[in-house]
Design a protein around this ligand. Structure first.
Ligand code: OMP
Length: 267
């Protein structure tokens, strides 16, 4: 089964486009240690595993605890049920031979289904993440932070913004063989999302920015959902982890997303 078939199946089976982010920020932990990070993630997974389409652990928060942190990441990954796709958020990408090692780490050593990657080193830097159809790469296209305007939005001589070019070249050329590239398109810039959706109508988006970053869920879904009611995975970290009841917060996000999907597919 290809990575995007697995994601589609899980999204349909769970009736969810919600991706819970596993970001053990030091300030949110009961105990500032790798064990504290593991417990934080373990609680989130336990409370939300029937509600999610995917989980997205961000490597940074584990690496911050050194070798014990890496162990906590591996123990966290082992708690995730096999039918739930994992997005390893590590924003990899290097020269081809180094990307081979990064891909081995994400896919073989950690056994994650997908990884976030930068397009900046070009096609040879991305190929190692794309050669196995059962794995997927999420290419940074238009990120959710304010600084995404600095370079990603530059206008090319063709008149199109760089992020539209990245979307087309990565998905329609570099990942053409297995169709296993998705795009990171922040939910905070709906104009960009609309333009990218027009350029690549079928591609899955990973769209952070809802919750702590203040993205507008309805506007994002209107701009980015595919007509089949799929095509966007919405990772939310602090908006869920900081809630008094992460389960209730995750349920509320999932239900709100589904209500908007229903409205959109009915129209
Ligand atoms: P919250 O803002 O707490 O929901 O966290 C967002 C998560 O998504 C963090 O792990 C970020 O590193 C990540 N992220 C973005 O916020 N913006 C992006 O454009 C891309 C990512 C990402 O690749 O996941």
């Amino acid at each position: 089964m290809s990575f995007f078939e697995k994601l589609t199946k899980r999204a349909r089976d769970a009736d969810s486009l919600l991706c819970v982010g596993l970001d053990p920020h030091k300030a949110e932990l009961q105990e500032d240690s790798a064990e504290g990070a593991f417990r934080f993630c373990s609680r989130l997974i336990e409370e939300t595993k029937d509600l999610v389409a995917a989980y997205k652990p961000n490597a940074a928060f584990f690496e911050a605890y050194g070798v014990e942190g890496w162990g906590a990441l591996q123990r966290t990954l082992a708690l995730i049920p096999k039918d739930i796709p994992i997005v390893f958020d590590a924003k990899r990408g290097d020269i081809g031979s180094t990307s081979e090692a990064y891909a081995c780490s994400a896919y073989q050593t950690l056994n994650c289904d997908s990884v976030t990657v930068s397009p900046y080193l070009g096609s040879d830097g991305l190929q190692p993440f794309l050669k196995d159809p059962s794995r997927g790469a999420w290419v940074l296209c238009k990120t959710s932070n304010p600084g995404s305007q600095d370079i990603q939005a530059l206008q090319l001589p063709s008149g199109e913004p760089l992020y539209v070019h990245v979307a087309k070249v990565c998905c329609l050329q570099w990942a053409k063989e297995h169709n296993n590239a998705g795009l990171v398109v922040g939910a905070t810039d709906v104009e960009a999302m609309r333009a990218i959706r027009a350029a690549v109508p079928d591609v899955w988006f990973l769209s952070p920015g809802i919750g702590a970053q203040g993205g507008d869920l309805e506007a994002a879904l209107t701009a980015g959902l595919r007509p089949d009611g799929l095509g966007i995975l919405l990772p939310i970290s602090r908006g869920i982890s900081k809630a008094e009841s992460p389960r209730k917060a995750a349920e509320a996000f999932r239900d709100e997303i589904n209500a908007l999907r229903a409205k959109r597919t009915a129209s």
